[in-house]
Design a protein. Structure first.
Length: 198
């Protein structure tokens, strides 16, 4: 089971993940309380363990902006969290050679029917990203691509989250205390994910 710690925005956050060794971290370039700009993200990436992949999170961003960030070597994967359609994804793929994660907001069963995005992974999330709230995980079904499970995952529901996800879990507010990344929570959730929750 892969694990992504999303929403890093402080230098201390990088210290914590370098110690914990998750598979992925996320830098949010979209408007958010965890938003980073290019210069902040570059500084964080330069300090990040080279074995940890950095994911750039975007919402309906101009392709030229994503391309610039990719060319600077700041991210290793692209996560699309807006209304990006296949025409957008095709155009993006012509500009950059990089794996793409497409976020799907799951509110009802039909949201997972007939998905045909030309991405590499899906990320199943609740209606409001970063809210710390889960969607109804009983709606999850087999998809044609590997997926990350996101939305309200923390140490209390990690067992269930891991049983529902097929590739990875994505955690943000679940490893925070008062809106700031918590070293102990990050270390513990990565350890339990990697050890099959022992």
């Amino acid at each position: 089971m892969q694990i992504k710690i999303c929403g890093l925005f402080q230098v201390e956050d990088i210290d914590y993940v370098n110690e914990a060794k998750p598979d992925y971290v996320g830098f949010v370039f979209a408007k958010s309380k965890r938003q980073v700009d290019i210069h902040q993200a570059e500084k964080l990436k330069n300090k990040l363990d080279s074995n940890i992949k950095a994911v750039g999170v975007f919402v309906d961003e101009q392709i030229s902006e994503i391309t610039a960030i990719v060319k600077m070597g700041i991210i290793d994967l692209i996560q699309l969290h807006g209304h990006e359609d296949n025409a957008y994804i095709k155009q993006l793929k012509q500009s950059v050679q990089m794996p793409i994660i497409k976020a799907i907001k799951v509110i009802e069963k039909d949201d997972l029917n007939n998905l045909d995005y030309e991405c590499d992974y899906y990320l199943l999330d609740s209606k409001i990203s970063g809210s710390g709230k889960s969607f109804d995980w009983s709606l999850i079904k087999d998809l044609d691509k590997p997926f990350f499970l996101a939305g309200g995952i923390d140490l209390d529901n990690l067992d269930e989250a891991m049983s529902k996800a097929d590739y990875g879990i994505d955690v943000s507010s679940g490893v925070e205390t008062n809106g700031i990344k918590d070293r102990n929570k990050i270390i513990e959730i990565v350890r339990r994910t990697k050890n099959g929750n022992r």
